[in-house]
Ligand binder design. Structure first.
Ligand SMILES: *Cc1c(COP(=O)(O)O)cnc(C)c1O
Length: 340
């Protein structure tokens, strides 16, 4: 039995999801004539209490489009040093938007409103780039699936308002945060100018992300998506998967979180583990005591048991639980860990 825990993106569509995809009504979405895409977009916009939404092929493209929509070349955005937009989007912030990042040294990928305010360049000091956007991530990926304290997000919103900055949320795993903290999409929609959400992570879809915002912003996003090559034709088959996931795969995220917490407890009990970061959702980040075993050797031991996880650099290892990680695999993995 292969146990793949490298990411929550490795899932394959469930039977119900495949049936929904096969039965989808489709049309040419570049002409906005795909009923399944239109249905998904209005459903997601409504969930977040936003005016409009747009379907994207990836979370990266949705984030990059949002950055393009909120900035002009030469300007600067503020984000945490762990941010996905800075670390894992191929340098897209500069490539697509000609924008630089002011990095905040936050805690597990999360910064405070005071840190954000201190990072804003004075707008009349023309020597430094003009700050125009704040981007945050919930849950944080490199931060180990940590969830923000909603009150801090509200405080950052106040800073954005005071200084006229746009506010974007990279919500690739926002569903995980909302399930873990018992929050709702409307709270987030009311706070942020734009939010990107992924269907290809915990929700188990093969492909797809959505960007929500006001009508004018999402209308402009249509052109940016076209420029980035993200205008797709009969993509309703993918939207049907996302609509299905909203109905059937959101609440079950709690199961992924419970399994992650159980794995964390077992890891903490192992002599070879130096540190396990706090687990709030479906991501476990931990370190091996390299006096006893190297991280590479640990990965190899797991591979020999047909278990796959990945390194995050600097000796950190990552496990991600997901829809295709069954109870049977969980019991097997716990057994394997205890035998190491
Ligand atoms: C996965 C992810 C994205 C989007 O990545 P894609 O590979 O384009 O799906 C964006 N932000 C975060 C935090 C992510 O984990």
């Amino acid at each position: 039995m292969k146990i793949n825990l490298i990411s929550d993106t490795v899932t394959k569509p469930t039977k119900g999801m495949l049936a929904a995809m096969f039965n989808a009504q489709v049309g040419d979405d570049v002409f906005k004539e795909d009923p399944s895409i239109n249905e998904l977009e209005s459903k997601v916009a409504k969930l977040f209490n936003k005016e409009a939404a747009l379907f994207f092929p990836s979370g990266t493209m949705a984030n990059q489009a949002a950055i393009k929509l909120h900035t002009q070349p030469g300007e600067q955005l503020i984000c945490d040093k762990y941010a996905h937009i800075y670390n894992y989007e191929g340098g897209g912030v500069s490539f697509n938007s000609g924008v630089s990042c002011k990095l905040i040294d936050g805690h597990r990928g999360m910064m405070t409103a005071d840190q954000v305010e201190a990072a804003i360049n004075p707008p009349d000091f023309y020597h430094s780039p003009l700050t125009t956007l704040v981007s945050i991530e919930n849950t944080t990926n490199k931060g180990g699936g940590a969830c923000w304290d909603f009150e801090e997000l509200v405080k950052i919103k106040a800073v954005c308002k005071k200084h006229g900055l746009a506010y974007h949320l990279d919500g690739a795993r926002l569903w995980n945060a909302m399930v873990a903290k018992n929050e709702n999409p409307q709270q987030y929609g009311d706070l942020f100018d734009t939010i990107s959400i992924c269907f290809s992570k915990g929700l188990g879809c093969p492909v797809g992300s959505v960007l929500v915002g006001d009508k004018e912003t999402i209308h402009r996003a249509l052109r940016v998506r076209k420029v980035l090559g993200g205008g797709m034709r009969q993509a309703g088959y993918l939207a049907a998967a996302a609509t299905y996931a909203l109905d059937y795969h959101v609440n079950r995220l709690a199961e992924d979180h419970n399994k992650a917490i159980e794995i964390g407890k077992v890891l903490e009990g192992l002599a070879i583990i130096k540190k396990v970061e706090p687990i709030e959702t479906n991501i476990i980040i931990f370190e091996i005591d390299d006096r006893l075993l190297t991280a590479d050797h640990f990965l190899e031991k797991l591979r020999n048991h047909n278990v796959y996880i990945i390194g995050m650099g600097q000796g950190k290892l990552r496990i991600v639980t997901h829809l295709d990680y069954t109870d049977e695999m969980h019991h097997e993995f716990i057994k394997i860990l205890k035998s190491l």
